[in-house]
Design a binder for this molecule. Structure first.
Ligand code: F0G
Length: 459
């Protein structure tokens, strides 16, 4: 008999979590104004709000904390991280930042001005926020296949090259400061970008003289999918695949809270020294001196170790198989999800799940709230609340997909927890016809409203 698959780690430290009653959850949700971001973490049993900064560090990473050098300038921890980033990504220059959006802030302060156009596969919300804040336009060139959740396509994160060329042809070079490729593409469901697509995007960018930036939060998960799904890569190591991926990038922003497996941190990688110099001024203003940015020395050490761990096949296989495990359970219950299952999360198709709830009443948010009520499981809406209003008309913009994302923290939960999540959704699925009303907005912020929005229940 073939031995079954099991995790590539054993557990050294645990943290208790608690179940609650339906009555408690109803009260807490009301107090939280039906916004899951407002819940106290202790009111949540299984927290799948995000895989960002919520992972478990390894014993090696914890050991590295003790070796951190907290010198203001020239810390050994900075040089350790610098060497690791150059080794893995091939960037000779880098700036540490406190997290991914800080890297975006620094890079966009350097490159983006009012009226600019920034095309990409599908920008993440903070990326879009930083672009729109500067009165520039984030333009998604998502492939059409990504919008059909039941279509099995191996690389739904790919950029539509025709859409991209259309943009590059329509605007002068100086209005397109960069193309951003998000690997894996969070917005379209944690879906990977193929090596071929990265290569073709770079060739097109070179033709028009425009630099390419990778939003790299889940770069290692992207490399894993290339190894498994793209012809010619099965025999290559994750490190070799990552090295080729980044041969097609001029720069990168990184939220180290994902594939860096640290609780806080980020960086910008550059190949061009001149651009690095320009960005340095903003980094010093917003984040900190060149050799620490927004990070403490110990955290830079832990990140260097995390990057080495996340680029091993054993780690990635354990990680992604757990996400697939949850996805398969849901499929077995006939629950509509984005397929194939992405790298960091399962995305439940809320429009198919709750067809009776009107679109104006925030369908995915309604499902996310039901899931919390059912079992104390916290997911997150990736739908109309997140898509926010059109910056010009101020009307809600309805994205093609309305999903609830169940993001799995790295090395935190067991498959027993995944079983609880799956059964909770199955129970809601069985009573889905009774769910006919959603929510209305009582208060919203002018930008990035989903974090702080307050809702009222409609009946
Ligand atoms: N880019 C991508 C693709 C992301 O998913 C995120 C964060 C960021 C940039 C910003 O990084 O949080 O370190 O400032 N995503 C988290 C999530 C918040 O839940 O998907 P950050």
């Amino acid at each position: 008999m073939e031995l079954p698959f099991a995790e590539s780690f054993k557990i050294k430290m645990v943290e208790p979590i608690f179940r609650s009653t339906l009555n408690e959850r109803e009260l807490w949700l009301k107090e939280a104004r039906y916004n899951l971001f407002n819940l106290k973490a202790e009111q949540v049993y299984i927290d799948l709000l995000t895989d960002s900064g919520t992972g478990a560090m390894s014993d090696r990473q914890w050991a590295e904390l003790m070796l951190g050098d907290e010198s203001y300038a020239g810390a050994t921890s900075y040089y350790k991280l610098k060497a690791t980033i150059e080794e893995i990504f091939g960037f000779p220059y880098f700036l540490p930042t406190h997290q991914g959006r800080a890297a975006e802030n620094v890079l966009m302060s350097t490159l983006v001005k009012q009226g600019d156009i920034i095309p990409g596969n599908s920008h993440f919300d903070t990326t879009k926020g930083h672009i729109e804040f500067r009165k520039a336009t984030a333009f998604d060139c998502t492939i059409q296949e990504a919008f059909d959740t039941s279509l099995l396509h191996p690389f739904k994160g790919n950029i539509d090259l025709e859409k991209l060329e259309q943009v590059l042809r329509s605007y002068p070079r100086e209005r397109i400061p960069m193309i951003i490729v998000t690997v894996t593409c969070n917005t379209s469901g944690g879906q990977p970008v193929s090596m071929q697509n990265l290569r073709e995007v770079k060739a097109m960018a070179d033709k028009y003289g425009i630099p390419v930036c990778f939003d790299s939060a889940r770069f290692a998960e992207n490399a894993y999918f290339i190894k498994l799904r793209e012809p010619g890569y099965a025999e290559k190591s994750i490190r070799e695949i990552v090295a080729e991926m980044y041969s097609y990038a001029d720069m990168a922003t990184m939220s180290a809270k994902k594939d860096g497996i640290v609780n806080m941190g980020g960086f910008i990688g550059f190949k061009d020294e001149e651009l690095f110099r320009r960005a340095t001024t903003y980094n010093i203003m917003f984040e900190g001196f060149i050799t620490y940015g927004g990070m403490s020395g110990r955290d830079m050490n832990a990140l260097a170790a995390g990057l080495k761990e996340s680029t091993t096949f054993e780690y990635l296989e354990t990680r992604i198989k757990q996400v697939e495990y949850l996805g398969q359970k849901l499929l077995d219950f006939c629950i509509p999800i984005q397929q194939p299952v992405g790298g960091h999360a399962v995305f439940v198709d809320a429009l198919k799940f709750l067809p009776n709830v009107p679109r104006e009443e925030y369908v995915a948010q309604t499902l996310a709230l039901e899931l919390y009520l059912e079992a104390g499981v916290r997911g997150v809406e990736i739908g109309t609340l997140l898509a926010d209003r059109d910056p010009v008309t101020r009307q809600d913009r309805y994205p093609a997909l309305e999903t609830v994302r169940l993001a799995i923290p790295r090395r935190v939960y067991t498959n027993n927890h995944m079983d609880v999540v799956a059964v909770a959704l199955k129970n809601i699925w069985d009573r889905r016809d009774e769910i006919r009303r959603g929510y209305r907005i009582a208060w919203e912020a002018p930008i990035m409203r989903h974090f702080t929005v307050q809702l009222e229940k409609l009946s």
